[in-house]
Design a protein around this ligand. Structure first.
Ligand code: ADP
Ligand code: MG
Length: 819
């Protein structure tokens, strides 16, 4: 092999740049054998020559070809990351997902027979990095934050940006920033001539669509070489429209249907239940009826078959993914359905938020005589390769975070994926032999409704967070930044405007002291601002808990489904349908669980100590407090109907933020004390005011008050409740059934954290606002209000300045201003 030739000195030819290995490594025999079969290993010489001769190299290779595990090893063997070599700085590899960063670090360590202090990882809350680390896997967010404190990345000799085809926002920004860092490092090297070589950049992609990086001359004036690693891909036969299942799914997943499911069950479980159950039923049927085109696949040979179910998108942000008890239920449900196939199935889930030891189970062989079934989110689409997958069932869905630029409504949406993603998913079945992919959608739908590629995230998401981060790195003219795909000017302007209003930027677009402080926190600028203003009256620990919880997301389980079910016959029906496949005992258990949850959410005890019916945020705060007093744990979460993963993550984020405050602001005591004392009445009032200031542009006013022409006698009631008007949203909005304000006398002014569109527009995460606060609180925030002025009728009037889309604020009644 090339490696052996190199070690023996053979194969060194005149003019060859890459002559010999700097470090010799010892790999376990089975690793050595397996890696020689990887396409990337056969290309070691051209890859290393390109890397040594060029500051930037792009490497394309099918998923599973060995990019992530092998290329860091080539670099390591060539001396990168080792003291005494020409490139002593660390080898840094970025991943869009935490799970990939962790599992790849452990795999590479294992392949090189090194420990985790040599081949390490760093993710948001966790790191194994040590002073002797040579190879460091990290999330792209971690490297972006490092750039804020060390723009030259002096600790690294090479950076690998992996999974660049995914076009995550962080990846795109990193590539733009690194194009500048490379230049600076080269200048520095020329000046100093201190021996160490300048920084190198390797961009790795699973698809050949790299023109956004490769031939973008603002990014790289000299087009970098593109190395295409030919993949050894076995044929994968494909089958659409399985016995009417996909038509059923398409009908069910039609736009309104999916929204309805989301409302009832939460987005994650909707696709899970339909996807897996139907996929399995359809997937198991052809095992007997072999009515597919793929004659060359032995469908009857069940022993060696592995089946992957690509359920839907990555649930990194959505802890609604399979919970551990649901996983057991899944085994049960699937077990019942597939009895006829005779071979028992060993079902394991795979998604980002799953604890890492459980994630590793996909790499272990199933118990003897079992088929391995992996139920995966799109974490298995490109970043993890599970060996020996023979069948893929692709529901064709992807869960994407979407953002409506006109009204700021953000939502997770389950939608059809792209043609490129579908090809990736199918490809997973052909790594080790011929495979088969069941596509649960018609070929017509694929042709006409699937985009060629998924849109880069930077075009789909609000960008004030990254703009602030960039300003923090003194990239002032963001418009001139070499984005691989530039966001449109309007989003950029909007982001700058929000940051200006928050006080993070000057009128000239430069970062302020406040902005610098805000950029230290791994939070959206709105939440960072709340932290900065949260120091008064010892409120900071509560604010830290609140922004942590709001950043992680609603920790409550299925509450909306339960509350909706209180009045809805429809929900009962569809549940009954869903439960049809369960045994009676399971149905009873599920029903009992549901009743308990319903009771819990209709009794309001969790937040009554915190100001009663004034804020949904306080209910979350109180459950965070209660969790810490109970010492955390699954028992507590089960009893209180909160997601353990979310609660753990809130705990960690609180600790992280407290730590950032503690280290950066020595005068402020923010030592992390998990157990909060209940806030005083004064603190509750201040917290409400802080929430009002932070969300002042997300204010809703009861329609009978918002309507200037209303005389107060008109009631804007409908079956859904009382109508509200919200800034920038044309339709009426309604208090979501999950809110503590749903069943109480509807307040006149509320601020909201979230807007959700289903059959109508709901507002969630509500806090009651005292209108008398608006004029003073508004000033420091996204919109401003004039001082209340009494008119001739003795009514206080305030004028809001919301910008062009604003409506005129109604007069505030005199008595409303008295506290
Ligand atoms: P790429 O980055 O090109 O998608 P990888 O380097 O991730 O490819 O994977 C190369 C090979 O290593 C694959 O065949 C994969 O199955 C195998 N592999 C990766 N991680 C593990 C692991 N933890 N256990 C066993 N095999 C693994
Ligand atoms: Mg990879």
């Amino acid at each position: 092999s090339f490696t052996q030739q190199l070690l023996s000195g053979a194969g060194e030819t005149e003019g060859s740049t890459f002559k010999r290995k700097f470090i010799s490594v010892s790999r376990p025999d089975e690793v050595q054998e397996a890696r020689l079969l990887l396409p990337v290993v056969a290309e070691e010489q051209p890859i290393m020559e390109a890397v040594l001769l060029n500051p930037v190299v792009i490497i394309c290779g099918e998923t599973g070809s060995g990019k992530t595990t092998q290329i860091p090893q080539f670099l390591y063997e060539a001396g990168f990351g080792s003291p005494g070599s020409e490139n002593p700085g660390m080898i840094g590899i970025t991943q869009p997902r935490r799970v990939a960063a962790m599992s790849m670090a452990s795999r590479v360590a294992q392949e090189l027979s090194l420990n985790s202090s040599k081949v390490s990882y760093q993710i948001r809350y966790d790191a194994t990095v040590s002073p002797t680390t040579s190879i460091k896997f990290m999330t792209d967010g971690v490297l972006l934050r490092e750039l804020a404190t060390d723009f030259l990345l002096t600790k690294y000799s090479v950076i690998i940006i992996d999974e660049a085809h995914e076009r995550s926002m962080n990846t795109d920004i990193l590539i733009g920033v690194l194009s500048r860092v490379l230049k600076l490092r080269e200048e520095l090297w020329k000046e100093r001539k201190d021996g160490a070589k300048p920084l190198r950049l390797i961009i790795m992609s699973a698809t050949l669509r790299v023109s956004d990086f490769g031939s973008n001359t603002t990014l790289f004036p000299t087009p970098p070489p593109v190395i295409d690693v030919a993949a050894r891909q076995h044929p994968v036969t494909r089958q659409n429209e399985i016995q009417g299942v996909c038509r059923k799914l398409e009908a069910r997943f039609g736009k309104t249907a999916i929204e309805e499911r989301k409302r009832q069950r939460g987005a994650g479980s909707a696709s899970r239940i339909f996807g897996v159950e139907d996929a399995l039923k359809s997937g198991s049927a052809p095992l007997k009826e072999t009515d597919i085109e793929a004659e060359d696949i032995e469908l009857g040979d069940a022993q060696a078959e592995d089946v992957a179910f690509d359920v839907d998108a990555d649930m990194e942000e959505d802890p609604e993914a399979l919970d551990s008890d649901e996983e057991d239920a899944l085994n049960e449900e699937l077990g019942i359905d597939v009895d006829e196939t005779e071979t028992p199935m060993h079902v394991v889930p795979l998604y980002s938020l799953l604890p890492s030891d459980k994630q590793m189970r996909v790499f272990q062989p199933p118990p003897p005589g079992h088929r391995l079934v992996v139920v995966a989110t799109n974490v298995a689409e490109t970043s993890l390769t599970i060996p020996n997958i023979r069948y893929v069932v692709d529901c064709g869905r992807a869960k994407e975070r979407r953002y409506d630029i006109t009204n700021g409504i953000q939502a997770f949406q389950v939608a059809w994926t792209s043609k490129a993603s579908a090809a990736q998913r199918a490809g997973r079945a052909g790594r080790t032999g011929p495979g088969h992919c069941y596509r649960l959608y018609s070929s017509a739908l694929f042709e006409h409704h699937f985009d060629q590629f998924s849109k880069p995230e930077i075009l789909r998401m609000p960008i004030e967070g990254v703009v602030l981060q960039m300003k923090g790195m003194h990239i002032d003219a963001v418009v001139n930044f070499p984005f691989p795909t530039p966001p449109d000017r309007i989003s950029l302007q909007k982001a700058e405007k929000v940051l200006l209003h928050l006080g993070a930027l000057t009128k000239e677009g430069q970062i302020t002291e406040l902005g610098k402080t805000m950029s230290l926190f791994p939070l959206s600028p709105r939440f960072s601002k709340m932290l900065v203003s949260g120091q008064q009256h010892k409120c900071l620990p509560y604010v830290i808990a609140i922004v942590s919880a709001l950043s992680v997301g609603d920790p409550f389980l299925h509450e909306e489904a339960l509350l909706a079910s209180a009045d809805s016959e429809k929900e009962e029906d569809s549940d009954a349908e869903e439960l049809k496949h369960l045994t009676n005992a399971a149905v009873r258990a599920k029903e009992a669980r549901r009743l308990r949850r319903k009771q819990f959410f209709t009794s309001q005890h969790t937040h009554s100590s915190l100001g009663g019916f004034t804020s949904d945020i306080f209910r979350i705060l109180s459950v965070v407090g209660a969790y810490e007093y109970a010492g955390g744990g699954l028992q507590f979460c089960a009893e209180q109907f909160v997601r353990p993963k979310a609660m753990e993550e809130i705990h960690k984020l609180r600790a992280q933020i407290s730590n950032i405050v503690q280290t950066n602001f020595p005068g402020i005591d923010a030592g992390f004390v998990p157990k909060l004392n209940p806030p005083s009445d004064l603190q509750i009032k201040i917290l409400r005011q802080l929430l009002t200031a932070a969300f002042i542009d997300q204010i809703a006013i009861r329609k009978d008050r918002a309507d200037k022409n209303a005389d107060g006698g008109v009631q804007y009631m409908s079956a859904q409740g009382v109508a509200y008007k919200a800034l920038g949203i044309a339709e009426d909005v309604f208090i979501h059934p999950s809110s503590v304000l749903f069943k109480v006398s509807p307040p006149e002014y509320i601020i909201f954290n979230e807007v959700v569109r289903t059959s109508q527009v709901w507002i969630k995460g509500l806090t009651v606002v005292n209108p008398a606060w608006l004029s003073s609180l508004g000033k420091s925030s996204l919109c401003t209000f004039s001082k209340p002025v009494k008119n001739s009728a003795g009514v206080f009037m305030v004028t809001p300045h919301f910008g062009p889309d604003g409506w005129e604020l109604p007069p505030i009644k005199a008595e409303a201003t008295s506290k």
